[in-house]
Design a protein around this ligand. Structure first.
Ligand SMILES: Nc1ncnc2c1ncn2[C@@H]1O[C@H](COP(=O)(O)OP(=O)(O)OP(=O)(O)O)[C@@H](O)[C@H]1O
Ligand SMILES: O=P(O)(O)OC[C@H]1O[C@H](OP(=O)(O)OP(=O)(O)O)[C@H](O)[C@@H]1O
Ligand SMILES: O=C(O)c1cccnc1
Ligand SMILES: [Mg+2]
Length: 578
């Protein structure tokens, strides 16, 4: 038995439950409960259903999606129970005509008779492949719809968005800074969790750090810089050297370094802000081993040319002095404090740039770090981190890559957490079988016709390990075999079919919930995060590219094709011309 299978509902803690106390049976649409009553009233309590949860179109004009949210779904099943106050609320809210016994029935409902199969969390998934197949009494399985969808849709959208940023940023560090801009507190927490799964390295969200064990990271805000106006405001000026010994005056050291740098880089001394220097000194005294500085507070004119020109003009000739209006205050003050810290044996971390032309400014900053590194023989100075923030999105990162930049880390908020490019994933939850009989939902739009029956999904791989195709079959069919040719058909276009001889076959839907328990140990967040990258590696680059990616093929077996089309004909009414 796994840890999860032995925890009783009353012993589930905030952490083991997942982050979300509000995820409970009433977090649903009213129509699920009214349908439950009508099902109950019409004697459908013994009906057994199969539902598929899937989406029809990949988000962000891409051709892949990352499946996430499964752990929260399973934890929801674990604690699914209508409390006394839930029942009291429903009693007062539903019409008076509702039979009283229905409320007794509801109060005893649990998910013990439900079985859930799902794709592994963190896997790459494609349209029409069931991410979750759920079986059990119709009423209860229906009652789960909305909550499961809300748990999967945003989680998967967010993980996919983050994975796309990760692909754009390559090996650079990515930090999620979105809590202040997220869709409310729960949106913020989910964004931190699922952006980590998607490949971010950390978050500024402290509660997310505590709940999910995600690394928490951060710098400081402009307010910290503007809270100082002068060096005389510094109440503490001294710092003990890293190796120990007497306190040294960091303020004096930094001021002296600034004078040296002013002459080295030919800057007009009056342009450097003393308030900013004081702020940086005080921050360095507070965090001598973690000194990171926001450098754009007092440098207001920062473009060497309009940004649009910078894109085509880069690389431009770098200045030898700081007289080009770049960082005459921030970069200078940062370097002065970093050099003073170095005198005491500490190594600064780097800078954050939060405005202006990020490509250009990062190149300028790196240039000066290199110069100082050479001039004073401090190798690590050339490696200082340059973090960029300010309304960054996937396109900005790709454009910065084209231009050439020296950024090591992006801090990303608004566009990441709000999924600005596509604010929702369209997962749906459709009945595919009732009491052993297939169900189909027809639509004018062929893409919206559901795949009837209890199905399994397989991913077929080439010899090199690339994913070739996903194949849906009726569950009653034998699984495709390695090195055996299998006919894969387009679900709706008769002439589109191909033989595939897989070198590896993976059954995508695995049992996750049975007899009231989570089956098997749940993977850790770090394992899910690794899974995302491993799963993405199996996709050909053209499927992952940003512009006009190639669609990944999702096929049906010959058997399922015939089953689907026969059922379609049986269910489609024949019109009459008059
Ligand atoms: N080199 C670049 N290439 C493409 N986009 C960039 C580049 N540098 C910055 N950006 C993006 O351009 C936008 C700049 O925003 P904006 O014009 O508001 O400038 P700003 O520096 O924030 O100005 P202000 O400080 O006056 O608000 C941001 O979204 C930023 O991420
Ligand atoms: O730009 P985002 O991707 O959302 O990243 C987070 C932003 O939040 C912070 O400042 P805030 O935006 O609150 O103020 P500012 O724009 O004045 O810096 C930070 O300086 C970033 O700019
Ligand atoms: O730590 C930071 O630099 C940070 C945190 C939140 C938002 N913007 C920046
Ligand atoms: Mg901002």
């Amino acid at each position: 038995m796994t840890e999860n299978t032995i925890i009783g509902i009353h012993h589930l803690t905030e952490k083991s439950l997942g982050h979300n106390g509000i995820v409970q049976p009433l977090l649903t649409d009213l129509y699920q409960i009214t349908m439950a009553y009508a099902y109950w009233k019409s004697g459908k309590t013994k009906d057994i259903s199969v539902f598929d949860l899937f989406f029809r179109k990949n988000p962000f004009q891409g051709e892949f999606t990352i499946f996430a949210g499964l752990e929260e779904c399973l934890k929801f099943l674990k604690r699914f129970h209508y409390s006394e106050s839930d029942i009291a609320y429903l009693r007062q809210t539903l019409p008076d005509t509702i039979d009283d016994e229905f409320f007794d029935y509801l109060s005893k409902l649990n998910t013990n008779d439900v079985t859930l199969y799902a794709v592994e969390e963190g896997s790459v998934v494609f349209p029409r492949v069931p991410l979750i197949r759920i079986e059990g009494p119709l009423i209860i399985v229906q009652l789960l719809e909305t909550t499961l969808l809300t748990l999967v849709n945003y989680a998967s959208l967010m993980a996919t968005n983050a994975a796309r940023y990760r692909m754009a940023a390559g090996d650079l560090k990515l930090l999620e800074f979105g809590l202040r801009r997220a869709q409310g507190p729960d949106g913020g927490l989910s964004a931190s969790k699922y952006s980590y799964i998607g490949g971010f390295d950390g978050t500024s969200n402290v509660l997310a750090g505590k709940l999910f064990n995600i690394p928490v990271k951060g710098t400081h805000a402009h307010a910290y810089i503007t809270s100082f106006t002068d060096l005389t405001e510094l109440q503490t000026c001294t710092l003990v050297p890293k190796a120990g010994g007497e306190h040294r005056n960091l303020s004096e050291l930094a001021t002296n370094w600034r004078l040296k740098l002013i002459s080295l880089f030919n800057v007009v001394s009056t342009e450097a802000s003393d308030g900013e220097l004081a702020a940086l000194i005080s921050f360095a005294i507070a965090f001598p081993d973690g000194f990171m500085a926001l450098v754009d507070t007092y440098d207001v004119k920062r473009y060497p040319c309009r940004m649009t020109h910078a894109i085509t003009m880069w690389p431009v000739t770098l200045p030898n002095t700081l007289s080009h209006n770049e960082y005459r205050s921030g970069l200078l003050n940062f370097c002065a404090v970093a050099l003073a810290l170095n005198d005491l044996g500490y190594q600064a971390i780097g800078i954050r740039i939060d405005s202006g032309d990020l490509a250009y400014l990062s190149n300028v900053a790196r240039h000066f770090f290199n110069e100082i590194s050479k001039q004073y023989d401090i190798p690590w100075f050339a490696e200082l981190m340059i973090m960029a923030s300010n309304d960054i999105n996937e396109e900005t990162i790709l454009s910065l890559n084209d231009q050439g930049h020296k950024i090591n880390c992006f801090g990303i908020g608004t566009h990441l957490v709000t999924c600005q490019r596509q604010p929702a994933l369209g997962c749906v939850y459709k009945m595919v079988e009732l009491n052993g009989q297939p169900r189909i939902k027809l639509s004018q739009d062929v893409g919206k016709v559901t795949m009837p029956g209890r199905k399994d999904a397989y991913r077929l791989y080439s010899e090199s390990g690339d994913a070739l195709i996903d194949l849906l079959q009726k569950s009653s069919e034998e699984a495709p075999q390695v090195n055996h040719k299998v006919l894969c058909r387009h679900p709706f276009e008769e002439s589109k079919r191909a033989y595939v001889t897989p070198s590896k076959v993976k059954k995508l839907l695995r049992i996750c919930w049975k007899d009231g328990n989570i089956v098997g140990p749940l993977p850790s967040l770090a394992e899910i995060r690794n899974k995302v990258q491993a799963s993405l590696k199996t996709l050909r680059p053209d499927i992952k590219r940003n512009l006009n990616p190639t669609p990944f093929k999702v096929a049906v077996s010959d058997n399922l094709y015939k089953f689907l089309h026969d059922l379609w004909l049986q269910n489609a009414p024949i019109g009459e011309l008059s």
